[in-house]
Design a protein around this ligand. Structure first.
Ligand code: URA
Length: 236
């Protein structure tokens, strides 16, 4: 790739700022000053910028605990996006893998690895997604059975079998805390599934996607890079 692209991808500056710095002799490749922005480098080249080595990462991966109130998009003119929360961002090509509703919290993988995102989201792979939810209503065996046998949500959508576990019921205010595992990712899926059994989702948080489990130490809005083993386990 071109030297200016290599440096721009690593968040060193805009393409034109980088070109100026290259022309001024601030960049070396494998020990030689290079003044040509179009000079070809690879991810094995040793590149320095103003004396600091800049190593190339083709792909980056972050686990974000999405807070309520931000949208699952890459950019938006008026609303805060999940990408705005990645403040150490040195890439301009990050995107969220899938979407959570604006009021849903929890695990969101943020990356620039298109092929991995495609595999994780492909309906062919049926990657499990686990959510914690607080429900307005007492969830009983009847709903557990209905969810496990493939719920008819509306005329257009019958959900695949989903595992529903009741963690706690609070009879005083007729609410339930549940864990639900779904294997697809239809628009508002969990809210629509509970609507279909005349219940309302009061709070929803994703806690797992495939092998990736939300780190409980991450507060809403916080993020961290995936570890090597998390990344390895995610490959499908
Ligand atoms: N199901 C929903 O209803 N909303 C989400 O954000 C995710 C799953």
């Amino acid at each position: 790739m071109r030297l200016d692209k290599y440096l721009a991808d690593m968040g060193i500056g805009t393409r034109s700022e980088i070109k100026t710095k290259i022309r001024k002799g601030n960049v070396t490749v494998d020990g030689s000053i290079i003044k040509d922005a179009g000079f070809q480098v690879s991810d094995e080249s040793v590149v320095t910028f103003c004396g600091q080595e800049v190593s190339y990462e083709a792909y980056v991966y972050y686990m974000l605990n999405k807070p309520s109130g931000v949208i699952s998009a890459s950019d938006d003119e008026t609303q805060t996006t999940v990408i705005d929360l990645i403040t150490e961002r040195n890439r301009r090509d990050l995107f969220p893998v899938g979407r959570l509703d604006k009021d849903t919290e929890g695990l969101l993988l943020i990356t620039n690895d298109g092929p991995l995102a495609h595999r994780l989201l492909s309906p062919r792979h049926h990657v499990d997604k686990v959510y914690y939810a607080r429900i307005d209503g007492i969830v009983s065996d009847q709903e557990i059975k209905a969810f496990s046998s493939g719920l008819t949500v509306d005329d257009t959508f019958t959900a695949m079998p989903a595992d529903l576990k009741v963690l706690r019921t609070v009879p005083e205010n007729r609410t339930s805390e549940v864990e639900i595992t779904i294997r697809e990712g239809k628009y508002h899926q969990i809210k629509r599934m509970f609507h279909a059994v005349d219940m309302e989702v009061l709070f929803l948080k994703r806690i797992q996607m495939g092998s990736l489990v939300l780190d409980p130490a991450l507060s809403p809005g916080e993020y961290q890079r995936l570890t090597e083993s998390e990344l390895h386990a995610l490959q499908i």
